[in-house]
Design a protein around this ligand. Structure first.
Ligand SMILES: Nc1ccn([C@@H]2O[C@H](COP(=O)(O)OP(=O)(O)OP(=O)(O)O)[C@@H](O)[C@H]2O)c(=O)n1
Length: 430
């Protein structure tokens, strides 16, 4: 087996990930085939960015690759892709190929396997993504990817018009890379993007949204949003415009949301929607093909914003506390905590938050009960205590008890809660 050089090559990848991929390349080479690391992993390593996955390209035909490995999945044989499992990682191993007949600006209708790595690299989108790396650390970089990275430049391989015609999503990728890496876009690449932008309509919204997610969770989402505005791509990505850029405190706050968990990107989207004053977010979130879970999260953040801002003016401190507790109970504690992060971001960006953040945090952490689950009286407990059958009267009564317990007006104690329930039933004739 060929000697493994991966530890000296991969300074920004997990050791197991690098070792597994080197093993795959060694096995292919041991059978007389060429094999290289390719694409995003090579770019990221050169840039000193963390490498999270590794793709391999080879002149071995997919059936050959399939036969050489024990744990292997024929993920896309027609397109030359086989997934090899090694050292607990999955690697896409793709045969050198050229692509033909992009009739729908999305995907090739035909691929042809070739025997020359340079031909494979030529079909790729940007020079920085069209590099391969050999086991001995040698770069195959026929289009000047490293020099463009050094110049902080995104440039299409070959004719940019053709690259964007082949797959219109590349236009959004271009903006995503420019935004996330802080790179400029080469003049002819940008000109082609402006010329080809209408073809974005051909691309499935899911693919666009995946790119938007990467842009929105990156270090400089405002740059990406500005580029989308400048390129007038918003109609094609269903971007909520008018986007007033930095004029809105909400928009300015987007990068101030720290990306400490996956949900934070949705806090950023909520700020975008608030900044664009979208009257109803549901149709847009649907168009953007968010999962129900993410859609609910964003909607709840917006609802909480509305419930608070519309009702909190002119309240005494105690009234404000009760309103806040009601909001927390309706939205749920995790959403309330995320909403406070949203407010924090507004403040960090120099805007005025909708709430006194330390005060709301203190009120939140001082709540003895934060959800129905924590209430010392269950629905069944209530029924047996009052000797009645269940019905629509229960929900408002339990909510009332929850609010009292959460705000400390009644202790979270079964006896006390039953007493209060009986009082309400008698007083209100339920
Ligand atoms: N529309 C596309 C998508 C991908 N590629 C090529 O396929 C490689 C792998 O693509 P992908 O894994 O989607 O993205 P990465 O470039 O690896 O970037 P990231 O990991 O940041 O998404 C790219 O580097 C590029 O060479 C392409 O030419 N055109």
């Amino acid at each position: 087996m060929a000697e493994l050089h991966n530890n000296t090559i991969w300074k920004h990848a997990d050791k197991d990930l690098a070792d597994g991929s080197a093993q795959v390349i060694s096995i292919l080479q041991g059978e007389g085939h060429e094999a290289f690391w390719v694409g995003g992993c090579v770019r990221d390593e050169y840039m000193g960015r963390t490498v999270n996955d590794m793709d391999i390209t080879t002149n071995a035909l997919p059936e050959v690759t399939l036969s050489l490995f024990e744990k292997v999945i024929p993920t896309g044989m027609k397109h030359g892709t086989v997934t090899v499992l090694m050292h607990g990682h999955a690697y896409e191993v793709t045969t050198y190929r050229i692509e033909k007949g992009y009739e729908d600006h999305r995907r090739p209708s035909e691929v042809e396997f070739v025997d020359d790595i340079e031909k494979d690299l030529r079909r790729r989108d940007f020079t920085m993504n069209a590099m391969a790396l050999a086991m001995d650390g040698r770069f195959v970089d026929p289009f000047g990817g490293r020099s463009d990275i050094d110049d902080r430049l995104i440039r299409c391989v070959g004719d940019p018009k053709v690259r964007f015609q082949e797959d219109a999503l590349r236009m959004i990728r271009c903006i995503r890379f420019a935004s996330n890496f802080g790179f400029m876009i080469a003049k002819d690449t940008w000109a082609a993007l402006l010329e080809q932008r209408s073809t974005l309509g051909w691309v499935a919204m899911e693919r666009i949204r995946t790119e938007l997610d990467k842009l929105m969770s990156g270090p400089d989402p405002l740059r990406g949003l500005e580029l989308i505005r400048e390129g007038r791509l918003y109609e094609h990505v269903k971007m909520p415009f008018p986007y007033r850029g930095h004029q809105s405190a909400y928009i300015s706050a987007i990068p101030a949301v720290r990306m400490s968990s996956p949900e934070q990107v949705d806090v950023r989207y909520a700020l975008l929607l608030l900044g664009c004053r979208i009257p109803s977010s549901t149709p847009l979130l649907r168009q953007w093909t968010f999962s129900n879970r993410r859609m609910e999260l964003i909607k709840k953040l917006l609802q909480l914003q509305e419930a608070w801002t519309e009702n909190s003016e002119g309240l005494t401190s105690e009234q404000a506390r009760l309103l806040w507790i009601r909001c927390v109970l309706i939205a749920g504690e995790p959403i309330a905590a995320l909403w406070l992060e949203l407010q924090q971001a507004v403040q960090t960006a120099g805007g005025t938050p909708a709430v006194d953040i330390p005060q709301a945090r203190a009120w939140l952490s001082g709540m003895p009960v934060k959800s129905l689950r924590e209430l010392a009286l269950t629905g069944d407990g209530l029924l047996s205590a009052v000797g009645r059958r269940g019905g629509p009267w229960m929900k408002p009564l339990l909510s009332h008890l929850l609010l009292l317990a959460a705000s400390g007006q009644v202790g979270n104690d079964t006896t006390l809660l039953i007493e209060e329930a009986k009082r309400v039933i008698i007083d209100e004739g339920i």
